[in-house]
Write a protein that binds this ligand. Structure first.
Ligand SMILES: Nc1ncnc2c1ncn2[C@@H]1O[C@H](COP(=O)(O)OP(=O)(O)O)[C@@H](O)[C@H]1O
Ligand SMILES: [Mg+2]
Length: 341
């Protein structure tokens, strides 16, 4: 396996769509890095550049120490898995798995053992003689992964591989992929717009916004210390509450003391707000009961807030409650949305 290094990568689609601008980061050997951001922020472009399906206008790509910036895809020894499974419908699972080996003229004697290893690893043994049409969505995605694995690449590039699956299956395959990553020690660059996938799977997350790198770090760093209001709102559900610091707004009294110089907004995660006997009075506008927790939506003056309460909290729409904000868990941002301190 090898590390992947992106240096100052820039891609402008003709005539003038700046899909990626000056993006640099590294995927360490054997690590699982998630490239995260909303639709259209340049994630697939970055992956296609690494795969060699497109050339950058500026910047370099290294695989280990090897500069592969202008090498054709076939000479990079990377495996790419897409959102759509793209299995050959007229071939069996076995033939689908062997296809990349045939294409690469891997010696016949090696093909059987490689197939057996991948089938074992992914639990595909029983499915080898089936056609893709006879498989469930999850099984098909597993075969698509198998087809990438069987090539024994230096690293994996995965572009939203779970987006087409229903929630239960997504959860299941998420853990399977992680298990696979650990067993193989494989270098993986994984693209998604789903922050839950990023938080649960990544060693490191790289957040892209409009083609630029917004922040990178471990899931914990990004959750606990978002560098910008964009990251603060993009990571975590429900999103962080952002209160404008304006003496005219009643909600500002929740956090008014302790604001550092230059602070324009205070961020509070839903779990860092408390409902109880003390604090500012607010009106309950909506109660979402999720079983293990309850999301209580409040109106405090003109400010809307979401509070996460444990368990089946007994709040009702229209009730008046009191709310306080945990002191040590406040996030301060300046007028441009940059984190302070
Ligand atoms: N082949 C292309 N030609 C022109 N514009 C493109 C092309 N591919 C992507 N784009 C544009 O580049 C931007 C980034 O796209 P993409 O990398 O696919 O984003 P993501 O994968 O994050 O959704 C978008 O504005 C998209 O419309
Ligand atoms: Mg994409």
């Amino acid at each position: 396996m090898a590390s992947i290094t992106l240096q100052d990568l820039t891609r402008v689609y003709p005539p003038a769509v700046p899909a990626l601008t000056g993006v640099s980061f590294e995927v360490g050997d054997g690590s699982f890095v998630v490239l995260l951001g909303p639709s259209g922020c340049g994630k697939s472009t970055a992956l296609r550049l690494v795969a060699g399906l497109e050339l950058p206008d500026r910047g370099r790509i290294l695989l280990g120490r090897r500069d592969v910036t202008t090498l054709p895809p076939g000479e990079r020894n990377l495996a790419m898995v897409f959102q759509s499974y793209a299995l050959y419908p007229h071939l069996t699972v076995r033939e689908n798995l062997l296809f990349p080996l045939r294409m690469r003229r891997v010696p016949h004697a090696e093909r059987g053992p490689r197939l057996a290893r991948v089938a074992e690893l992914l639990g595909l043994g029983e499915l080898l003689d089936r056609a893709p049409a006879q498989l469930s969505g999850g099984q098909r995605q597993r075969v698509a992964l198998g087809r990438a694995l069987v090539r024994e690449p230096e690293a994996f590039l995965l572009d939203e591989p779970l987006s087409n699956l229903d929630a239960a299956l997504r959860g299941e395959l998420r853990s399977e992929l992680l298990g696979l990553h650990r067993r193989l020690g494989a270098t993986m660059l994984y693209v998604t717009h789903d922050q839950v996938e990023a938080l649960t799977m990544a060693d490191r997350i790289v957040v892209l916004r409009e083609g630029r790198l917004e922040q990178q770090g471990t899931p914990t760093e990004l959750y606990d210390q978002p560098a910008t209001t964009f990251v603060a709102r993009f990571i975590g559900t429900p999103p962080m509450n952002l209160l404008p610091l304006d003496a005219a707004l009643p909600a500002t009294a929740l956090v008014a003391s302790g604001a550092p110089p230059g602070a324009a907004r205070c961020g509070l995660r839903p779990e860092d707000l408390r409902l109880g006997a003390e604090g500012l009075e607010a009106e309950v506008t909506l109660v979402e009961r999720l079983g293990s927790e309850t999301l209580v939506h409040l109106r405090l003056g003109a400010q809307l807030l979401v509070v996460r309460a444990a368990g089946q909290a007994a709040f009702t729409h229209g009730a008046h409650v009191r709310v306080t904000a945990a002191r040590e868990r406040r996030h301060w941002f300046d007028a441009a949305g940059q984190r302070l301190r």
